[in-house]
Design a protein around this ligand. Structure first.
Ligand code: PMP
Length: 354
């Protein structure tokens, strides 16, 4: 760090993204990407858009907004487009949290939440998941502050139902609830219809997982027009051109090719059931996942050892050095072929440690 960095940022622990190794080809099951390429329609539209890169992009993403409004059954005033859903979360921490309004989230959840809070000097409180690593909404019902819930949660994959989300909205009418639905397409129950009814709900979605556009960086925030106006005020004060024209065009293609999207989601769900069953047969504990990853614990070795041994064998998974979850690894669900490699390497590791 240089001597010029402001003191208030000295203690900031930046987010550590999952490994993106460039040196070797791994079976890459560590960052919850989709193993399938973007829809060919998405890449075609992105290529066309590349021809106009001399011009600034449309800050309102007009074409994308029309298609998304149709796809999700909302109005343009109920949406904001961002550079990945990380950016809409960042805007939410900036717009809706502060000294008098702390951020609340579970102790085991998306690791970016405490980073955003620290970056913006927002006090935060982490509420423990229950014993079986699920969210119990009870403690939140009486707490004031902006609540961030990843649903399905990460890295556990466990989802809350819409009825529980609605209970939280009703019990806390003067506090905002942000439901981060990065993984909802893989089996969660979306809170999106509730934005019509509640003015304290922000739902965030991403094109990085089920729509195969992680490298494109595209997210959406859905809420009532007043909350969206607040978030846009932040966007227009940070970077009006936050979604580049190629990405916006790819987003249009990804939304219009619903068939491709539905097919890929179905394959991932099928492979999730396949990997879960295989690991359970081998004595693993696997949490019930509604996401494109599973959170699994070996009967014999720690999460760190399993992560390291799999990496030596060319398979990347994610391990978290947090006390409550250090026995687990998070495994992204890939293709059937990738799943078979994973299972065979787990068998080799078991064989070698006999
Ligand atoms: N929320 C959760 C729970 C995530 O796991 C991720 C992916 N790391 C994100 C949001 C952000 O994804 P993106 O910025 O690619 O949309």
């Amino acid at each position: 760090m240089s001597k010029f960095m402001m003191d208030r940022l000295n203690a900031l622990q930046a987010y550590v993204p999952g490994e993106q190794p460039q040196d070797k080809t791994y079976v890459k099951l560590n960052t919850n990407e989709c193993p399938f390429p973007p829809s060919p329609y998405a890449t075609r539209l992105a290529r066309q858009a590349a021809g106009s890169l001399n011009l600034y992009c449309d800050p309102e993403c007009g074409v994308l907004a029309s298609v998304a409004a149709e796809t999700f059954g909302v109005s343009k005033e109920q949406m904001i487009f961002t550079n990945g859903s990380d950016e809409v979360l960042d805007f939410a921490f900036l717009a809706f949290c502060g000294e008098s309004c702390p951020a609340l989230f579970p102790d085991i959840t998306y690791g970016f939440y405490p980073v955003f809070a620290s970056l913006h000097g927002v006090p935060y409180r982490e509420i423990p998941l229950n014993e079986d690593l699920c969210v119990d909404i009870t403690p939140y019902l009486s707490l004031k502050g902006t609540l961030f819930l990843a649903n399905p949660n990460a890295p556990t994959g466990v989802a809350l139902g819409r009825a529980e989300i609605e209970k939280l909205l009703q019990a806390r009418p003067d506090s905002i609830l942000v439901v981060d639905e990065a993984y909802v397409d893989f089996g969660g129950e979306s809170a999106l219809p509730l934005i019509e009814k509640y003015d304290n709900l922000l739902v965030t979605r991403t094109f990085s997982k089920s729509r195969s556009l992680a490298g494109g960086r595209l997210g959406i925030g859905f809420a009532c027009p007043a909350l969206i106006a607040d978030l846009k005020k932040v966007k227009y004060s940070v970077n009006p051109y936050n979604v580049n024209s190629m990405t916006a065009a790819a987003g249009v293609g990804a939304l219009l090719d619903q068939e491709y999207f539905a097919k890929n989601v179905a394959v991932i769900q099928e492979n999730r059931a396949y990997v879960t069953a295989a690991l359970k047969e081998r004595g693993f504990t696997v949490l019930p996942s509604s996401a494109n990853f599973i959170f699994a614990k070996s009967p014999d070795i720690t999460g760190e050892t399993l992560y390291k041994k799999l990496k030596e064998k060319g398979v990347l998974v994610r391990y978290f050095a947090k006390e409550r979850i250090k026995a687990y690894v998070r495994i992204t669900i890939g293709t059937k072929e990738q799943s078979d490699v994973l299972i065979s390497k787990i068998d080799e590791i078991a064989e070698e440690s006999k």
